[in-house]
Design a protein around this ligand. Sequence first.
Ligand code: 6PG
Length: 468
Amino acid sequence: MAHVGLVGIGVMGREFALNLAEEGHSVSLLDRTLAKSEAVVDAGADLAGDLLACRDAEAFVQSLPSPRSVLVLVPSGGPLDSVIEMLSPLLEKRDLIADLGNSYYKETERRVTELEAKGLLFLGMGISGGAEGARHGPAIMAGGSEESWARVKAPLQDASAKFEDDPCCDWFGPGGSGHFIKMLHNGIEYADMQMIAEAYGLMRDGWGMDAAAIGDVFAKWMNGPLNSYLIEIAAEVARADDPKTGKAMLDMILDKAGQKGTGRWSVIEALHLGAPIGMVQAAVEARNVSADIEGRRQGAAAFGAVQQGDLGAQDAGTAALEQAMIAAKVCAYTQGFEVLRRASEAFEWCLDLAAIARVWRAGCIIRSVLLDDMSDAFAQDGARRLFFAPKFETLMKDNAEALQSVVGMAVTARIEVPALFAALSYFNASRTERSTANMIQGLRDRFGAHTFERVDAVGEKVNGPWHD
Ligand code: 6PG
C-alpha cells in the first residue's frame, strides 16, 4: 500500500483523501487550516489506510517515505504555484508533485520543465466527477513522464472509478497532455450541457411544459442512447422542488451561467489547431450571453422580447428532440476527438483515442453509454473520424433528419438553440463535397494576390485573370 501526501483539503481534497484511505493507502494531509485536516482524520477513523494531519509543510514532508509523492488539489494558477514554491525547497531529488486541478496545459508544461530542472518530478492530471466522484471513484487523466506515472499509478487506479473492473485512470503522454485531455473533456461537457439546456428551452417555451414534466422526458431518455450522467441529473434538477417556495427549483434559479475557463480554453486551442469546435464555442458564447442579464434586458426593451411560437404536437416533438439530441451528441464527440487527434499530431503526444474514451466511460461528468462504443470504434480504427465508425454512422443516418427538423422548427419559433444549430451546420458542412471556399479563394487572390489552386491543376498555385 502506498503512502502519499495530499495538499489542499477543500471539498475535493477531503473526499479524495477518504477515498484513498478506504482503498487502504495512507495519506498525509496538509492545509492552511489544520482543523480541516483533523476533521478528515476524524471522518476516516474507521478506514483501512492511515490519515495523518500535518501541522506545517516541514512536518508534512518528513512524514512521507522517500521518494515522496505529493498530490495537490488546490485552485489552478497562483494557489498551485504557491504550494509548489513552498514545497520544492523541502523536497529531495526524484520526489514527485502531482497537480490534480484544472490547470491550463501550457502551465503544466512550464511546471514540468521548471521542476525537472530542479531534479523533481511533476505530473499534470485532470480529475473529473465532482465531490461524489472524488469520494467514490473519479476518472483521472494523467500526463508527464512515465517515471512519475509509475510512482502514483497504483493508488490512483485503486481510487478511480471502474468500468467493468477496468480503472478509469490512465496516463496518456508527456507534459501537458493529461490536462489537455481534461480540458477537452470539459469542452465536451459544456456542449453536452448546452444541448440539454436547449432541449429544456424547447420543451419549456415551445411546448409550454412545466419543469417536472420536462424532468420526466429526460428520465425517459435514460432508456436510450442518451443514457448518461448529465441526462440523469438533468431529470433530477428539473423534478426538484424549492424547499423555500414549494415551486420548481429550476424556476427559481437565475438564468446566468458561470464558467471557470476550461470551455473557453478548449475553443481557443481548437482554433489554434485548425479543428472545428463550433458546438463548444456555441456553449461558451451562450454562457457569456446569459451572464449579460442587463444587456438582454436592454435588448428586449429596444427590440421587443422574442415572440416565441408554438412547436406543434408535443409527443411527436419530444420524440424528434430525442433523436436530434442523439445526432448532435455524436457531432459534439466527433469534434472533441478530432481536436485531440490534431493536438496529438501537433505536439507529438501519440494519444490513444480509444484509451481516452475508455477512461471517460465511468466516474467523469460526461460518462455515457455511448463512450464504450466510442472506445470500441477507435480501437478498431484509430484514424477514422468518429461519425464514420459503423455504429455512429448509423446513429447519424437514423437521427440527422430529426436534427434538421428540430433546428428548423426552433428557428421558426424563434427559440435559441445555438449548440444544436452548430451541430447541424458541422454535419452538413462535413458532407458538402463542393463548398463555397472557391469564392473565398477568388476574393483573397483578387485583393491580395494570395493565389489559388485550379480544379484542373491541384497543387499548382496560380493567379486569376484580374491580375493580367
Ligand atoms: C469535472 C468538472 C469539473 C468542474 C468544471 C466546471 O470534470 O468534474 O468538469 O472540473 O465542475 O471545472 O467548470 P465550469 O465552472 O467552467 O462550468
